[in-house]
Design a protein around this ligand. Structure first.
Ligand SMILES: Nc1ncnc2c1ncn2[C@@H]1O[C@H](COP(=O)(O)OP(=O)(O)OP(=O)(O)O)[C@@H](O)[C@H]1O
Ligand SMILES: [Mg+2]
Length: 251
């Protein structure tokens, strides 16, 4: 069953007003349940806007967006979002950051401990449970962010350039680790990035948006085998997709 669908989705900020700005137009997309999808496009084409609407932070001005056939309206634990800036609470330890959502919903101490143990391990932070965010590197804080969203057990993970601020090596490690976590949980992921190589490495499907107003310019189905390994980045198939997508983006 298709998980997230957009139908003729258009979004105009300040619709009807003098400064109305249409950022997305006629977006028809389907993201299958359990798939890994990326959205790429030039700066300002509406990627974050699209993701925020999927999170339910605001409604599209026209058209609809559905999750399993139900119109998305408002935020919901089923749709977890990792923002570009890390959203780690500085006054909570790694473990308490990770179990924040379940704690808010009244999880028992034992349930919290179980979630903390599972997700600190899954995101590679075992041994750092009692550390404070100020004691972590940027990549580790990103891991906390990802663990915290996963700990809420969402059906859909929305990630807005989560690795954008990381150095190349850390980024590649984070990508491999993310795929491993994804493989174990098979949540639907929608991942926004500027980085073509990152999109190819991670995804089943890449949506290329045109410049503002963002429209669906191209959909690339990536058939590289899984599990993905770093040496695939140098294969002819990978490079061919990279060249094709590169030529499509205005840069
Ligand atoms: N709340 C808002 N009110 C008015 N305009 C907005 C608002 N949020 C975003 N915009 C405009 O919508 C356009 C798309 O913004 P958006 O953040 O979705 O782009 P993006 O594709 O994520 O860009 P980037 O790659 O730089 O992150 C931009 O021109 C931006 O100025
Ligand atoms: Mg953005």
């Amino acid at each position: 069953m298709p998980e997230i669908k957009t139908n003729n989705l258009t979004h105009t900020f300040g619709k009807g007003g003098e400064n109305a700005l249409t950022v997305l137009e006629d977006i028809d997309l389907t993201f299958e349940s359990g798939s890994f999808n990326s959205i790429i496009g030039t700066s300002g084409c509406g990627k974050s806007t699209l993701l925020k609407m999927m999170a339910g932070l605001f409604d599209p001005s026209d058209g609809a967006m559905t999750l399993d056939g139900t119109v998305i309206h408002g935020t919901d634990r089923r749709r977890g979002m990792v923002f570009q800036q890390d959203a780690v609470f500085p006054w909570m330890t790694v473990a308490k950051n990770i179990s924040y959502g379940p704690r808010l919903r009244g999880a028992s101490k034992a349930q919290q401990a179980e979630i903390e143990a599972k997700w600190t391990e899954m995101v590679g932070l075992k041994g750092f449970e009692d550390r404070w965010p100020r004691e972590l590197s940027g990549g580790m804080r990103k891991r906390v962010d990802i663990g915290r969203v996963y700990a809420n057990d969402p059906d859909v993970l929305l990630m807005d350039e989560p690795f954008g601020a990381l150095d190349a090596q850390t980024k590649e490690r984070m990508q491999s680790d993310l795929l491993q976590t994804w493989n174990q949980t098979k949540k639907t992921v929608i991942f926004v990035t500027h980085d073509i190589e990152e999109a190819i490495f991670l995804s089943d499907k890449i949506v290329v948006l045109s410049s503002r107003p963002g429209r669906v310019h191209h959909i690339e189905e990536v058939s590289l085998p899984r599990p993905r390994t770093d040496d695939m980045r140098l294969t002819e198939e990978f490079l061919e997709i990279k060249r094709r997508l590169w030529a499509m983006l205005d840069h």
